[in-house]
Design a protein. Structure first.
Length: 765
């Protein structure tokens, strides 16, 4: 046996030494698929296959470079340099450079990046005098990209009745015309965008049989990594190029197919055995990454999917600890729990920050974890996305709010004066800035009189309207709390509507981020201090608090000892000693959008499977009883995925007052408002009497003070608070987890509003 085959287990050896015929390697998470794939290529070369006859396609440049490096180390020669190893796009770009003239393109054609493409689309939308809010460049670009990856060209797009009806229903009937013009513009410019590298490669092989034959015979062996992530275009190209020799080897795991939003389809790997005869199937089921406890959970989760290639991961690693499933009262409690758990594990088990990863379904969820990690002085880094408070849409709304508190802040004025678009162009703004600088006055002062700055007509009226809008918001500052003001700003500026109308993947993410910011402000206004008291909840107070959280400077890029925060999609292919999979709630994970068909739900379950299998040693699964969504406190059901985990594999952890009792046992109360005191004279008399009794001496806490369950508290009860002393519950507002009591503590402290789930109160019997 060759030395490079040493160390392979039996299924790995079987896959690596297979030579001719179609081969499907079903590689479970952590089963060493990269090692098998590179060893197989090395074995082909060592068996006499010419390196120029091998094509290996990956999804990342990093994976391609790693494969080449490993092959060179195995063989110790330069043959690896001759291999066609690269991403689909890079390999097809090389071929298209050679064959481009057949398609009417120059061999040195330009490749447009996403920003270039969106810029051209924006120009076309303007040329057609279309509404740029309906035809946002990001949305149009994504629509065209999806069409190309589905092998739908401009002409076919325009002729397809179903597609035309879709665009008509979304009030974008000109989408086909934009696609046609965009394709013509790219062709005229001698350019291809990223998706064209697939679409034009397919067109080349279809239109020119001699070219197809050339590459079918050139590449005798074709290997594809992460086959479950291929889309329609990639699938068709692979099938055509491998049709002569059928020495096609695909490596993948249907249980990790999570990119349908990019056009990937799990059907490609599920139907591979139907596409070719005599397919050899090798399953890599031994996991080298995780403990058996983690794998037990992963196996049980994915077994609920009907459309799958059955396998069962196992390991020779230790059994490991049970999975901790943690229920917290709120999403902020969830953030605090995770930060506390990280601190405890660092101290008790000597883990480093870099050993921890927090994985969530959507980027918007990072907010509560960022805040808790900052408060605990735990360094962290957002991977695959910006820090929550650095995202453009979040900074835009915060700029509006800061402007209300300080109109002299010129940077915030510049940021929002024409966003959303209101007809105040750069020339008008620059003119006002120059006048402000020349006269040493604030830009806001100049804006009070736009006519004096030479702004007349529509631009002058737009500036006046902006100033009037800001002043109207300012009238709310003294009477309204931070959330009420922020909600009004988001609504009446058109900022929230602007994001809501963008139905692209990016647009939906930005809208979710704005809602998460509003949720955090709402929770701030309803969360009491440590004594349970609802204190100053004004906008100014909120901005001061949030500035302390965000003004910490940029993370040191060279500091690798940081907790990693990322979406589960971004975590695919990675591994960590300790993983927190957070936000396991119905309508969040799985998401609401996935609940309408089996395919969507099964992809969400595969996504959870990916999260679980990132963990090597310890895994936490967390969810919150309540979470602010769209400005309201929403009661959550635990995710169905949590319910699918057998009890014997998990250790349940409950935190917070709400976590210490079942929701069924926590009955909502019949509540009253402050005005109801007039209808309760007997309560008023009791309160007055209590005030007289407590005014005569300083309060001394009871020696046997033990907080009572808030669920047992009723209007009229006498209670004890360790800071404010004895009081009478005059009214109760809200219900369940946000129950607020209006309590009269007598002459010493008077009436106070206290959130019962946070305050510690004893019922005086």
């Amino acid at each position: 046996m060759q030395a490079y085959l040493n160390g392979l287990n039996e299924p790995q050896l079987e896959a690596a030494t297979h030579i001719d015929g179609p081969l499907m390697i079903v590689a479970g998470a952590g089963s060493g698929k990269t090692k098998v794939l590179t060893t197989r290529i090395a074995h082909l070369l060592n068996s006499g296959v010419d390196s120029f006859r091998i094509l290996a396609l990956t999804f990342t440049n990093k994976a391609a470079a790693e494969m080449k490096e490993r092959i060179q180390k195995i063989l110790g020669n330069s043959e690896a340099r001759n291999l066609f190893i690269g991403t689909f796009h890079s390999v097809f770009a090389k071929i298209l450079r050679v064959e481009a003239e057949k398609l009417g393109y120059p061999s040195n054609f330009t490749i447009y990046d996403t920003d270039d493409a969106k810029g051209i689309i924006k120009e076309i939308v303007n040329e057609l005098n279309l509404d740029d809010k309906a035809y946002k460049p990001a949305y149009v670009y994504n629509r065209i990209s999806a069409a190309k990856n589905g092998l739908i060209g401009p002409a076919q797009y325009k002729q397809d009745n179903f597609i035309q009806q879709e665009d008509a229903r979304s009030n974008r009937p000109m989408m086909a015309d934009i696609y046609v013009r965009y394709a013509n513009r790219c062709f005229k410019n001698g350019a291809m965008d990223f998706d064209d590298l697939l679409f034009k490669m397919y067109e080349l092989l279809i239109r020119f049989p001699e070219v197809l034959s050339k590459y079918q015979h050139k590449f005798q062996y074709v290997l594809i990594d992460e086959y479950q992530d291929t889309n329609t275009a990639q699938y068709q190209i692979i099938k055509m190029m491998g049709a002569v020799h059928e020495n096609i080897c695909v490596v993948g795991d249907d249980a990790q197919s999570i990119y349908s939003f990019r056009g990937a389809t799990v059907k490609n790997i599920l139907q591979f055995q139907d596409d070719y005869e005599n397919v050899k199937v090798v399953k890599l089921e031994q996991n080298y990454r995780s403990t058996q406890s983690i794998l037990n959970v992963a196996n049980k989760i994915i077994s609920n999917n009907k459309n799958q290639i059955e396998k069962s991961l196992w390991t020779s690693n230790i059994e490991g600890e049970k999975i901790k499933v943690t229920r917290t009262m709120t999403d902020n409690d969830e953030g605090r729990y995770v930060a506390d758990a990280i601190n405890e594990m660092r101290l008790r088990n000597h883990y480093h920050n870099k050993d921890f990863a927090i994985l969530y379904r959507t980027n918007a969820q990072s907010r509560s974890f960022e805040e808790s990690l900052r408060r605990s002085n735990i360094p962290y880094r957002i991977y695959g996305g910006l820090s929550f408070y650095q995202r453009k849409e979040v900074k835009d709304l915060l700029a509006y709010l800061r402007l209300l508190v300080n109109t002299r802040d010129e940077e915030n004025i510049k940021r929002v004066i024409n966003y959303p678009v209101r007809g105040i162009g750069k020339t008008s703004l620059d003119r006002m800035v120059v006048i402000a600088n020349d006269n040493n006055v604030a830009l806001w002062d100049v804006m009070q009189n736009p006519a004096g700055a030479g702004l007349k007509g529509a631009s002058g009226a737009a500036v006046e309207g902006f100033v009037l809008m800001i002043k109207s918001f300012q009238t709310m500052l003294e009477k309204q709390n931070a959330y009420d003001v922020a909600f009004a700003v988001g609504k009446h500026t058109g900022l929230v509507k602007e994001l809501y109308n963008d139905k692209s993947v990016e647009g939906l993410a930005r809208y979710e981020n704005i809602q998460e910011l509003l949720n955090s402000i709402k929770e701030y206004t309803e969360t009491p201090d440590e004594e349970g008291e609802l204190t100053d909840k004004s906008l100014g107070s909120y901005l001061q608090q949030i500035t302390l959280l965000t003004d910490t400077g940029k993370d040191d890029d060279d500091d690798q000892d940081v907790v990693k925060l990322m979406t589960i999609h971004a975590a695919k292919g990675l591994e960590f000693p300790c993983v927190f999979s957070v936000g396991l709630e119905e309508n969040l994970f799985p998401s609401t959008m996935s609940l309408y068909d089996r395919e969507g739900l099964e992809e969400e379950r595969r996504l959870f499977y990916v999260a679980v299998t990132r963990a090597k040693e310890r895994l936490w699964i967390t969810y919150a009883n309540s979470r602010y969504r769209f400005g309201s406190l929403v009661q959550n059901e635990p995710s169905r995925f949590v319910d699918e985990i057998p009890e014997q594999y998990i250790e349940n952890v409950y935190t917070g007052t709400a976590g210490q009792r079942s929701q069924q046992g926590f009955k909502p109360k019949v509540v009253t408002n402050d005005a109801s005191l007039d209808k309760l004279p007997s309560l008023k008399k009791l309160a007055d009497k209590l005030q007289q009794n407590t005014a005569q001496k300083s309060y001394v806490p009871s020696a046997d003070f033990t907080p009572d369950d808030p669920a047992n508290m009723e209007v009229g009860m006498k209670v004890e608070h360790q800071k404010f002393g004895y009081g009478m519950i005059l009214s109760l507002e809200g219900g369940n987890h946000n129950l607020i009591a209006n309590i009269d503590f007598g002459a010493g402290h008077g009436a106070k509003k206290i959130m019962l789930n946070y305050a510690k109160l004893k019922i005086v019997r």
